[in-house]
Design a protein around this ligand. Structure first.
Ligand SMILES: *[C@@H]1O[C@H](CO)[C@@H](O)[C@H](O)[C@H]1NC(C)=O
Length: 217
């Protein structure tokens, strides 16, 4: 009996430590935009009747089109996740195209539900991620076309185009809905704002500088 309980505990531990979306128990579960009743479905989305599924449910077109990088950061992420392809529901993967103008930045950010694997198609990127406490070690690299780099789930990471030309990358993500936390926006641009005393103390910054940062974001 104790052996059974031990095995159960181990299998539960592995279930909760799972680093990506749970495996589906059916071939597919094409997401429905609106469920008929107003129930809340906790994980993933309601499924379409498999008999009504069409090829379009598994299809997206247009990832050959460059994203518009005319913005403050000079980068644009074009996401292809369960919102764009309902057939991705419960399958645990998604994709993004990222365009970078010269010196364009994909800001320090976190995908809290997904590991990313990026392939650089064009340009030169300085990329990296920072390990968790207590080491906070920066693992970084300069990438050239054809190079692949991995960003472990939940860690702060960035991509910076250090070249004089546009750059293009494709990232695979281990969730149908990876989630994004942009550090600058979350910390200094929350709604409502975090009390500046908190950030002043945490970042060892003058309170005026904190409010200045908050007003910019
Ligand atoms: C790109 O975005 C900028 C800023 O929003 C806009 O002015 C411009 O028209 C856009 N360009 C294209 C090709 O959509």
């Amino acid at each position: 009996m104790q052996g059974v309980q031990f095995l159960l505990a181990i299998s539960l531990a592995f279930t909760f430590a799972s680093a990506s979306d749970p495996s589906p128990l059916q071939d597919f579960c094409v997401a429905l935009k609106d469920a008929k009743n107003d129930a809340v479905f906790v994980n993933g989305k309601f499924c379409k009747d498999p008999k009504l599924v069409t090829p379009e449910d598994f299809f997206f077109s247009g990832l050959n089109v460059p994203g518009n990088t005319s913005n403050r950061l000079g980068s644009k992420v074009t996401s292809v996740n369960v919102e764009q392809i309902p057939g991705l529901n419960t399958l645990g993967v998604s994709l993004a195209r990222i365009d970078y103008a010269p010196y364009g930045l994909n800001s320090p950010l976190i995908h809290h539900r997904a590991t990313g694997i990026l392939v650089l198609l064009q340009g030169t990127l300085y990329v990296g991620f920072v390990t968790s406490n207590p080491d906070n070690r920066l693992i970084s690299k300069v990438l050239y076309p054809g190079d692949v780099f991995v960003f472990p789930a939940g860690l702060i990471h960035f991509h910076f185009n250090i070249g004089k030309t546009n750059a293009v990358a494709i990232t695979g993500l281990s969730s149908q809905n990876p989630g994004v936390i942009t550090i600058a926006d979350s910390v200094f641009g929350s709604n409502p704002l975090i009390n500046p005393d908190v950030l002043s103390k945490a970042f060892k910054l003058d309170k005026n500088l904190v409010t200045q940062l908050q007003s910019r974001l």
